[in-house]
Design a protein around this ligand. Structure first.
Ligand code: NAD
Length: 440
């Protein structure tokens, strides 16, 4: 099939590259000329494991190209995917500026009847209706609109795309739905369902899925904070509840709060949809406000251990990206945490395996960046572990202790370490819901 993907970010690039890998002819379009130039030169603008190889292979075989102008490709496309960003606007609702721009551009460029326009971006209920209107206002040709929300996770995006749990297709056109079945057939041979539904339900499914996952995180963060107050261990509690199949074991890990380009904005967008129709989304609002508070838990721990005034204190930080296996810093909890610590006067040296560049765009030279985990430790009063990269899981504690200052404190924001073991090594350790372990 001939496919055009409008927007070549995390979702557009992964989708475009994977569709090409399945044998389709794919043109990826982006308004950012630097991004297109980089991709044309074989450079991948984001860190996503496995992506570079897929892009290189399909460029080499001529199935994947990049451009800033999709007009020509859209003229002959069977499918035009919309994969542009839908960031939060000032009131928390989804900003649909890019989606609307792309819909108009598609409408103007269509040259053959029956093109299927597929919205992959996460968009509020009713947006595909708006997309249809905008395209119809720019062309006399018949076309179809399909909602096909994306569920890939950054850091595991290729695997998620190629081996999906399910594909959601919202459409009122049996013809378009059949083409979507054909497109995804190679990915669902092992039995994952293509779930067909109406367009508003498909739009809602994406928000409900992300809001449910965010709810589990905020719920566990609240339980963890309570564990800390009453002397229970959230790790044991998590195992105790996760073995119940009605609860399930996934997404029960407390931490420093969720971040990234999806959960925070999608939770807020759902609240915005509720407001628009006069329904207060009380659970979702609580999920959001618990998360905002959770980003301050580690800051409060640092100040209770080292004092309110952090001038003269050296803090080492492991992990800046919003989660492991990505360089994405959008709404990363590290931003809230480090900004508060900088405001209190701390001096900060941080290491993240992939986000040095994206983090520099946020913090500039207000913090310094190490080249490896041990690089940031010398003379540090404390070590803050913010992202659970696997290389932080089993550090050489003897080496860490030797490098740090005389009374080192570890703030384990991801519950990676055992308190008893760190105490033996001479650290004081703060956890999320597993108590404080004072050095002997
Ligand atoms: N990132 C994820 O993990 C993820 C997962 C599932 C769904 N989503 C959703 O997918 C959508 C895209 O997310 P993302 O993370 O890929 O965003 P992104 O910001 O990484 O990429 C969006 C791209 O669109 C480009 N763009 C903007 N206007 C354009 C236009 N008029 N024409 C062509 N390109 C244009 C931007 O330059 C950018 O490169 C969002 O709605 C998001 O909620 C994201």
């Amino acid at each position: 099939m001939r496919i055009v993907v409008m927007g070549t970010g995390y979702v557009g690039l992964v989708s475009g590259a994977c569709f090409a890998d399945l044998g389709n002819d794919v043109v990826c379009v982006d308004v950012d000329p630097k991004k297109v130039q980089a991709l044309d030169a074989g450079k991948i603008p984001i860190y996503e494991p496995g992506l570079e190889e897929i892009v290189a292979r399909n460029r080499r075989e001529g199935r994947l190209t990049f451009t800033t102008d999709g007009t020509e490709a859209l003229g002959t496309a069977d499918l035009a995917f919309i994969a542009v960003g839908t960031p939060s606007s000032h009131d928390g609702t989804a900003d649909l500026t890019y989606v609307c721009q792309v819909a108009e551009a598609i409408g103007k460029a269509l040259r053959k009847p029956g093109t299927i326009v597929v919205t992959k971006s996460t968009v509020p209920i009713g947006t595909n209706g708006k997309v249809r209107e905008l395209i119809a206002g720019a062309t006399q040709l018949p076309f179809h609109v399909v909602s096909n929300p994306e569920f890939l996770k950054e850091g595991a995006a290729i695997n998620d795309f190629m081996k999906p749990d399910r594909i959601v297709v919202g459409s009122s056109s049996p013809e378009a739905a059949a083409v979507m079945d054909e497109l995804y057939a190679p990915l669902v041979r092992t039995g994952a369902p293509v779930i067909h539904m109406d367009i508003p339900s498909a739009e809602m499914t994406k928000y409900a899925a992300n809001a449910m996952l965010a709810t589990r995180i905020s719920f566990m963060n609240e339980i963890a904070n309570l564990c800390d107050r009453v002397g229970a261990d959230v790790h044991q509690v998590r195992r105790g509840i996760g073995t119940d199949p009605r609860v399930g074991k996934h997404f029960l890990f407390p931490g420093v709060g969720y971040g990234g380009s999806c959960f925070p904005k999608d939770v807020r967008a759902l609240m915005g949809t509720g407001r628009r129709v006069g329904l207060s989304m009380r659970v979702i609002e609580a999920v959001d406000s618990v998360n905002e508070d959770q980003k301050h838990v580690m800051v409060a721990q640092v100040q209770s251990a080292l004092g309110e005034d952090l001038r003269g204190k050296r803090l080492a930080v492991w992990g800046l990206a919003f989660k492991a296996q990505t360089d994405d810093m959008r709404e990363a909890p590290s931003i809230t945490i480090l900004e508060a610590l900088l405001a209190a006067g701390a001096s900060i040296r941080a290491f993240d395996p992939q986000s040095a560049e994206t983090a520099h765009a946020v913090f500039g030279d207000r913090i310094t960046y190490g080249k490896n985990p041990y690089d940031v430790l010398p003379e540090a009063d404390a070590l803050l572990v913010i992202t659970d990269w696997s290389e932080f899981r089993m550090p050489d504690w003897t080496r860490v202790k030797a490098a740090m200052g005389p009374r080192p404190v570890v703030f384990d924001g991801r519950n990676l370490y055992e308190g008893a073991k760190l105490r033996e090594h001479g650290f004081t350790m703060y956890t999320i819901g597993r108590g404080v372990w004072l050095a002997a």
